[in-house]
Design a protein around this ligand. Structure first.
Ligand code: MOS
Length: 733
């Protein structure tokens, strides 16, 4: 099905199943432990043995030798694969240009260099400790972003956006801000570690793994092992979080596959938690110089944003300028993204990549501008809204209700009773503050396919390689099929995450739910056509409801149409260029936060959070709300807790486990609420839906930081806002 013009009025405008707050259909399996993660899939293949991975102990240099003698002699050991016996396996996916395994060159700390296979996990781990590894360290490595020419703004990197004449507009503006903000490297810290069980059958390999993008992963594995893609099966039905670190196959899959081929047994490999931070990817750190100029009434005339970030190649990093080019009006703009090549582990996508770090800084800068202007920060944002692409005024937003998000939120949160004087509100020993920030993120989509099978018992089965990373894909896809076929969700079963099924959009970039439900719609329309052919009718003359297909006065139970055989519909949604050429399709939000800061110790408590989201039709308000609340919690982590500390001598993240890298949980925040605007974006998909999973994170951390400033009068520009940065500036107690 081609989606090559905006959706007209359609069945989703009269929806009875889509839009309902239905519990996740995989929920009972998840909470009772019956949705196994990759490492727990003991039953899928017999004779599984354990591979224990080894990461490099240097950040840059060469491996001169690996002595395996002692390890091979250890009890239970079945085989060892070392990096020295393999050609480098790298660049298996364009967006992920890292070396997963192979060769003697070490490009980053904890790069995978060996896997030891034994009958038990303990035997494999013990033997791994007996490897004798000889390194030659290269001391020329770069680990300090602040020391790079990119951080100093000394490169001549081409701007991402130039509009008007920024420098002169900024120089002549009545009110200006010129500040530098830093955000640290962050870890995805998803619950389920990377894990894979690999089994070979001749030249074919199956990987039971944990991966967000099955078709990408299949292609990567085929390339890594030099076999045709049809010889590769990936299966990843339940995923304990991804946040971007599972967009691409990681070293667990490569090592499991290599080890299984060498020892001739199915091999399972999980990355131990302390290896994940340095072996895999992370959100890159940023140093952002933001300049804003406005007239005396608060109308912004100039926006400048320079972002320094880092990755193993200059193709990556955290591009914090992504939202800056389109969020607010301003006739003069200069936006530069400047990634430095450094020798730390590679940075790559982590939930709302770009926007998270970018809006952390920019929405604090907006708060500072409001302060300078003596304006309410909600009013400043409303005044500078835009309905068109500020870089190209001929391109309108397809559907943008940012101002309504701010107004609805201000009202529901009680913003008008906020004390705008910083450090002046107390509740016992707590300094109380309120902060606001805006949220902006594009609403991308990807082609997405599905197969639906109607069985003679009147039930429908959906098959797609779409993944559910904890987001609710199972549920919203089942709701879509139920809606289109006139069934109830209980009549629909669904299998996901298997590369034997039709290729979907996968989960990432908040494109998953919007794309995959459109794919299910396409497949269901194909099934409806197959049903119409069977009945020798035109599809448009049929009504599907209550498990029946009806025309005129005649009703037939759906299950009977096939005459005892299955009926199948298979198709994919393909999105036309109009969607990106004629309009900007994006999502918007406003976050309101109340914090308490301990007047003596500076301890920060987030007391109350509210998000208002404009993301088109909400497919399921319960799963969408869960996504946004989870994102808000993640944003609190980024605001006040999360930072991977870089050892600038040896080039690794020091706090690489969950003891040293702390994340908040829902229980830390007593009150969180979400309001969804009732909007529908006809340019987005046939369902008029857009993603919310990443929108929910955009701007949250700035709202927390702005609330802390309101509570204390202290402005912190280097994240996270930890209490040591507040102490010296707290009001006299
Ligand atoms: Mo998302 S960072 O594309 O999983």
């Amino acid at each position: 099905m081609k989606f090559d013009s905006p959706a007209g009025e359609n069945l989703f405008d009269r929806a009875t199943v889509i839009g309902q707050p239905i519990h996740r259909i995989d929920g009972p399996l998840k909470v009772t432990g019956h949705a196994p993660y990759a490492y727990e899939r003991h039953a899928v293949v017999e004779g599984q043995v354990y591979g224990y991975p080894v990461g490099a102990g240097i950040a840059k240099g060469r491996i001169l030798a690996i002595d395996t003698t002692a390890a091979e002699a250890a009890p239970g050991v079945l085989g060892i694969v070392t990096t020295l016996e393999h050609d480098p396996i790298e660049g298996v996916f364009d967006y992920d240009p890292v070396r997963h395994f192979g060769g003697d060159e070490v490009l980053h700390y904890h790069q995978a260099i060996a896997v030891v296979v034994a009958e038990t996990f303990e035997q494999a781990r013990a033997a791994a400790n007996r490897l004798g590894i000889e390194y030659e360290r290269d001391d020329s490595a770069a680990f300090d972003l602040a020391a790079t020419p990119e951080a100093a703004g000394e490169t001549d990197t081409a701007p991402a956006q130039t509009v008007g004449d920024f420098e002169s507009a900024f120089a002549s503006a009545a009110v200006t801000l010129d500040e530098t903000y830093t955000t640290p490297a962050e870890s995805h810290a998803m619950m389920e570690p990377h894990a894979t069980i690999a089994a070979w059958d001749g030249d074919s390999v199956t990987l039971w793994t944990s991966n967000q993008m099955i078709a990408w992963g299949r292609g990567s594995i085929a390339k890594a092992f030099d076999v045709p893609a049809e010889n590769v099966r990936l299966d990843s039905p339940y995923i304990g979080g991804g946040f971007g670190v599972k967009l691409f196959v990681r070293s667990d899959a490569i090592m499991a596959g290599l080890a299984a081929r060498k020892v001739g047994r199915p091999v399972k490999v999980a990355l131990p938690r302390p290896m994940i931070a340095n072996n895999t990817t992370h959100r890159g750190e940023t140093i952002q110089r933001i300049r804003i100029g406005a007239d005396a009434d608060g109308r912004i005339t100039a926006i400048g944003h320079h972002n320094a970030t880092n990755a193993l190649t200059t193709a990556g990093g955290e591009n914090s300028t992504l939202p800056t080019v389109a969020f607010y009006a301003a006739a003069n703009r200069l936006v530069v993204n400047d990634p430095a090549r450094m020798d730390l582990p590679n940075s790559n996508a982590m939930r709302a990549p770009g926007e998270t770090a970018g809006l952390m800084a920019f929405e604090v800068a907006m708060d500072e501008m409001a302060e300078k202007l003596g304006m309410d920060p909600v009013e400043l944002r409303i005044l500078n809204d835009t309905q068109v692409d500020p870089g190209n005024p001929d391109i309108p937003f397809s559907d943008r209700h940012y101002v309504e998000c701010l107004n609805r939120g201000a009202e529901a949160f009680g913003w008008s009773s906020r004390n705008s004087a910083p450090g002046a509100t107390r509740d016992g020993v707590w300094l109380i503050g309120h902060g606001v920030a805006g949220a902006y993120r594009p609403a991308p989509v990807l082609a997405s396919g599905a197969r639906v099978v109607l069985t003679p018992d009147g039930r429908l089965r959906i098959e797609s390689d779409m993944t559910d990373i904890g987001t609710g894909s199972y549920t919203v896809m089942a709701q879509t099929a139920a809606e289109v076929m006139g069934l109830s969700v209980a009549d629909v079963s669904i299998g996901l995450g298997d590369s034997d099924f039709p290729v979907s959009a996968g989960s990432g970039g908040q494109w998953g739910a919007a794309s995959a439900t459109a794919g299910v719609y396409a497949a269901c329309v194909a099934l409806r056509q197959a049903i119409a052919e069977r009945l020798d009718m035109a599809e448009g003359d049929l009504t599907f409801e209550n498990g029946m297909v009806r025309t005129g006065n005649t009703s037939v139970p759906l299950g009977e149409v096939g005459g005892g055989t299955d009926l199948v519909g298979e198709d994919a949604i393909e999105f036309g260029a109009f969607r990106s050429q004629e309009v900007l399709v994006a999502t918007f939000g406003a976050h309101f936060v109340e914090v308490g800061v301990h007047a003596h110790t500076g301890e920060i408590r987030v007391r109350r959070m509210l998000a208002v989201c404009d993301a088109g039709r909400i497919l399921n308000p319960m799963t969408a709300r869960s996504q946004v609340i989870g994102a808000m919690t993640m944003g609190v982590g980024a605001a006040i807790m999360e930072e991977m500390a870089v050892d600038h001598r040896y080039g690794f993240f020091v706090n690489h486990d969950l003891a040293g890298y702390e994340v908040p949980v829902h229980f830390d925040i007593p009150s969180q609420d979400v309001i969804f605007l009732e909007t529908a974006d006809a340019y987005s998909t046939p369902l008029k839906a857009k993603g919310v999973g990443e929108l929910g994170l955009c701007g949250v951390s700035a709202a927390v930081a702005n609330a802390i400033t309101n509570a204390t009068g202290v402005r912190v520009r280097n994240y996270p806002v930890t209490l040591d940065k507040l102490l010296s500036g707290l009001p006299a107690a």
